[in-house]
Design a protein around this ligand. Structure first.
Ligand code: AMP
Ligand code: GLY
Length: 413
C-alpha cells in the first residue's frame, strides 16, 4: 500500500484481514495499529499486489514503473492519471466522450480570462489545471474576487506551475455525490454512493478543503440514480478510455453534481477519495482485498452485492486548516494502538496526520489529523457513534464540522 494518510490506513486495515500488508511510507497511527510501515519505496519492495493511494505518484507514472517490473497494480498508468492530473485534459476528454459537465473555457492569459468572466453570469468557478490537493477551486459570486484569483493562479503565486493554466466554468447547483467505481480495464463496478463535505465550516461555509467528513450510502442515490450516472457518465468514459487504448485498472472517482438537468460530472479523480474511503472500506470490509486483486488482474465480476448498514466519518483537522496546519499538539483520547481509548461499538480511527512525541504521545502532524469513522445499522446510529467518538478525542485548536450527515439523516438531502 503506497501512501501515508487515513485513506491508506483504511485500505491497509481492510486488506490486512486477508493478507499481510506493508505500507510505504505509512504513518505513526498505521504502525501503532499493528500494520507494518516502511520507508523503502514501492519500486524496491516485492508483493503480490500494489495499491497506490494518492494521485501524485499515479500522475508521475509509478503504476507504469511497477507494471514494467511485472507487478500487479491497482492504479492507472500516467496516461489514465491525466484525467486527474490535468483538468484541461479531463474537460477535453469529457467533450470527446459526450459526458455532461459544466460549460468551460481554458486560459493562460489574464486578459482573455477576465473577458470570459465578464461575459458570463455569476457564480464564477475557477480551477487550477494541475494538482492542488483539493484546494485549487474557487466558487464565488464576487467578480473582483474571481479576477484576483485568476491573476494569482496564472502568475504561479497560488499553486506554482500546477496553476498557470486555469479553467473557468459555469456554476452548477445541486447536491453532490462521490461515485467511486472499480475499473479492471474493461468492467466497471460502482461502490455505494458517498457524500463528501468539502468546505471547512458547518453549513458548507468557508474554504474548500481535502474533505472534512463523509457518509455512505447516500439515501437519496437510489439504484436508478446510480444506474443513470453509470449510463450517462461512466460508460461513455470507459468507452473513450478504450478508444484511446488506455488500460485503466484502478478506481475512477466521479465527483458528480445532481442538477435539475440531470447528473453532471464536476471532476474525475483516478484513485480512492479521502475521506470517502474511510466510509466505504468499513462497509465492504472483508471483500476489499479480493476486489482490488480483481481490479489489478482484470477479473472483476459483473455484480457487487450491496452493503448493509451505513458509515459516517468526521475529520478532525489541526489549528488553521486549510490555510495552514499546526504540528505537535498533543492528542488525548487515544490508546497506545492509536484507536479510541474508550470502546464504542462500530468505531474505527484512521490516522491522517499524526506523529509520536519524545514521550510516545500522539501529536498532530498534518492538516487533517484523524478520520473518526463509525458504522451502524442506520445512518443515524453511525452518525451518533462517530460524533460521540470525536468528542472523546481532543487537541489544542481541533477543527471539526458538526453537521456531517445531519441533513441526510433527517431525510433532507
Ligand atoms: P472539484 O475539485 O472540481 O471537485 O471542485 C471542488 C468543489 O468545488 C466541488 O466539490 C464543488 O463543491 C465545487 N465546484 C466545482 N465545480 C463547480 C461548478 N461548476 N459549479 C459549482 N460548484 C463547483
Ligand atoms: N474527497 C475528495 C478527494 O478525495 O479528492
Amino acid at each position: 500500500m503506497v501512501g501515508s494518510g487515513a485513506r491508506e490506513h483504511a485500505l491497509a486495515w481492510a486488506m490486512s484481514k486477508s493478507a499481510s500488508v506493508i505500507v510505504t511510507p505509512g504513518n505513526a497511527g498505521i504502525a501503532a495499529h499493528g500494520i507494518t510501515c516502511t520507508a523503502t519505496p514501492a519500486t524496491m519492495l516485492d508483493a503480490n499486489l500494489f495499491v497506490i493511494g494518492p494521485e501524485q505518484p499515479l500522475v508521475e507514472g509509478l503504476a507504469d514503473t511497477l507494471r514494467a517490473q511485472g507487478k500487479s497494480v491497482v492504479g492507472p498508468g500516467k496516461d489514465g492519471a491525466q484525467l486527474e492530473g490535468s483538468k484541461a485534459f479531463m474537460k477535453e476528454f469529457l467533450a470527446a466522450s459526450g459526458v455532461p459537465t459544466a460549460e468551460f473555457g481554458t486560459f493562460r492569459v489574464l486578459d482573455e480570462a477576465v473577458a470570459y468572466l465578464r461575459a458570463m453570469n455569476a457564480p464564477y468557478v475557477i480551477k487550477t489545471d494541475g494538482l492542488a490537493a483539493g484546494k485549487g477551486v474557487l466558487v464565488t459570486s464576487d467578480f473582483d474576487e474571481a479576477c484576483a484569483d485568476v491573476r494569482d493562479k496564472l502568475s504561479g503565486e497560488s499553486f506554482g506551475d500546477a496553476g498557470t493554466t486555469v479553467i473557468i466554468e459555469e456554476g452548477l447547483d445541486g447536491p453532490e455525490c462521490s461515485l467511486l467505481v472499480l475499473c479492471d480495464g474493461t468492467n466497471v463496478l460502482s461502490l455505494a454512493a458517498a457524500q463528501d463535505f468539502k468546505r471547512v465550516g458547518d453549513g458548507d461555509h468557508g474554504a474548500n478543503t481535502g474533505g472534512m467528513g463523509a457518509f455512505a450510502p447516500m439515501p437519496s442515490m437510489t439504484a436508478s440514480h446510480v444506474g443513470q450516472v453509470m449510463s450517462t457518465i461512466l460508460s461513455p468514459t470507459v468507452h473513450e478510455l478504450t478508444r484511446r487504448s488506455i488500460d485503466f485498472r484502478g478506481v475512477l472517482y466521479a465527483g458528480i453534481m445532481l442538477t435539475s438537468k440531470g447528473p453532471k460530472l464536476l471532476e474525475y479523480n483516478v484513485r480512492f477519495g479521502d475521506p470517502e474511503t474511510e466510509v466505504l472500506v468499513p462497509l465492504y470490509g472483508d471483500r476489499v482485498f479480493d476486489l482490488l486483486t480483481r481490479v489489478a488482474s482484470g477479473s472483476l465480476d459483473h455484480e457487487l452485492a450491496p452493503v448493509s448498514g451505513s458509515a459516517v466519518t468526521v475529520v478532525l483537522a489541526s489549528h488553521g486548516y486549510p490555510a495552514a496546519s499546526r504540528h505537535g499538539d498533543v492528542i488525548s483520547g487515544l490508546g497506545p494502538d492509536g484507536q479510541l481509548a474508550t470502546a464504542i461499538d462500530g468505531v474505527l480511527i484512521f490516522h491522517a496526520g499524526t506523529g509520536l512525541n519524545d514521550v510516545g504521545q500522539f501529536v498532530t502532524a498534518g492538516g487533517r489529523v484523524l478520520a473518526v469513522t463509525a458504522v451502524g445499522e442506520s445512518l443515524g446510529q453511525a452518525r451518533r457513534r462517530a460524533y460521540e467518538a470525536a468528542s472523546l478525542i481532543n487537541f489544542e485548536g481541533k477543527v471539526m464540522r458538526t453537521d456531517i450527515a445531519r441533513d441526510a439523516d433527517k431525510g433532507e438531502k
